[in-house]
Design a protein around this ligand. Structure first.
Ligand SMILES: *Cc1c(COP(=O)(O)O)cnc(C)c1O
Length: 396
């Protein structure tokens, strides 16, 4: 199919929930994508922080191929080897003792919300309020949407799931002030992704941790976007030396195969018993085999070092543009999630980059978001800058 044919079919038959660019890719490798008409693009979006190892990483491809030929799915009525191995690998490399597998970030957050309620219910405590942050993003299902502190995402879907309170991101006092004897958990992204690449200020996560500890409240980190090496450590919380009780993962976990995971300490996870929660597809052979290959490659191939080194280089290159372009208001981020806040809307810049074969993303109207594969090179950063800079020049 040509680009045009795919676009026409999509418009006729696919539910109209996305504003899509007029491109249909057919092939990818590393940081490159090719469209149906054979045009090459440099990818600084990575399928929204999913293709962390680049497109079609050979080890992930091989693992999927081999597993698909053996066994794809049996359900959780039975034991699943790669699921158990993946759970061990995630626990050995994090604060967690137990993992629940599902199929997306929203589902991982639903699992976290349910675990919090079950934890206190099983202790006979009436605690069910969850404090989340303004500009947060936790997903589109009813629970995850209620957790999301953005009116525009909730509009038209009321009444929302109750008992969520939103406070400004970065403000510990606001969290303490919102806590009462019915507060069960605080849920936060260590770096807000969709909300505009907002980095936790110094001391914030530590402050949340001690406020939660003092009040007997659980702390949930949503690392769906910033986990799996994005910030230069396997999990973003490692940058802050603060461990949560519960953490959610998805996007980059399985190299592009749908998966979600909710990790928890034994103390909290023990509230889930047979029948508490379930997912037919969750943790099946295909997705967990892909994730095993992806996590191993992340740990063994210098991916985290690369994310730190090239991330610092990208930050410096973007920061270097500030003097030249007064409409750049701020550059912020960690590792390979970097936001460039503008005083003008970013959509035009994104469109013009696309015309020139560069994929970047804009979130919250005015924040250009750079989330390339974690294997991106300095040379590819230079190539990206070679497109971005002339496009920005066209804006002054
Ligand atoms: C993308 C995202 C989600 C939702 O993940 P889905 O797989 O789209 O359901 C949740 N939380 C954060 C922080 C995200 O970036």
């Amino acid at each position: 199919m040509t680009n045009r044919e795919t676009i026409d079919l999509t418009q006729r038959f696919v539910a109209n929930t996305y504003k899509r660019f007029p491109v249909a890719f057919t092939r990818g490798r590393g940081c490159c994508l090719w469209d149906a008409d054979g045009r090459e693009y440099l990818d600084f979006v990575a399928g929204l922080a999913v293709a962390n190892l680049g497109h079609s990483h050979p080890k992930v491809v091989e693992a999927i191929k081999a597993q698909a030929g053996r066994l794809i799915h049996t359900s959780n009525l039975f034991h699943i080897g790669p699921q158990a191995e993946l759970a061990r690998l995630l626990c050995e490399n994090s604060f967690a003792d137990k993992v629940f597998f599902c199929n997306s970030g929203a589902e991982a957050n639903e699992a976290a919300i349910k675990l919090v309620r079950k934890f206190f219910a099983s202790r006979g405590e009436r605690r069910f309020k969850i404090i989340t942050m303004e500009k947060s993003f936790h997903g589109r299902t009813m629970g995850a949407m209620a957790a999301t502190g953005q009116k525009k995402i909730q509009a038209g879907f009321e009444p929302l799931l109750e008992k969520f309170t939103y406070v400004p991101f970065g403000d510990i006092q606001a969290v303490s002030g919102a806590m009462d004897e019915m507060t069960a958990a605080v849920m936060v992204e260590p770096i807000q992704g969709e909300g505009g690449v907002n980095v936790a200020p110094d001391g914030y996560l530590e402050g949340l941790k001690s406020a939660c500890r003092d009040a007997g409240v659980l702390l949930i980190f949503d690392e769906v976007q910033v986990g799996m090496g994005r910030t230069g450590t396997l999990f973003a919380y490692e940058n802050y030396g603060v461990e949560p009780d519960i953490m959610t993962l998805a996007k980059g976990l399985a190299g592009g195969v749908p998966i979600g995971a909710m990790l928890a300490t034994d103390r909290v996870a023990a509230a889930f018993t047979p029948g508490s929660h379930a997912s037919t597809f969750g943790g099946n052979f295909l997705s967990t085999t892909a994730a095993l290959a992806a996590v191993r490659a992340t740990l063994e191939e210098g991916v985290l070092d690369n994310a730190r080194r090239v991330g610092a280089y990208l930050f410096e290159r973007l920061n270097g543009l500030r003097g030249e372009f007064p409409f750049i208001k701020d550059i912020r981020g960690k590792g390979l999630i970097i936001g460039m806040e503008l005083t003008v809307p970013g959509a035009d810049i994104v469109n013009r980059c696309l015309e020139k074969g560069l994929l970047i993303n804009c979130t919250g109207e005015t924040v250009l978001r750079f989330i390339p594969p974690l294997i991106v090179t300095e040379k590819e950063v230079d190539a990206m800058m070679g497109v971005l800079k002339p496009v920005l020049k066209g804006c002054v």
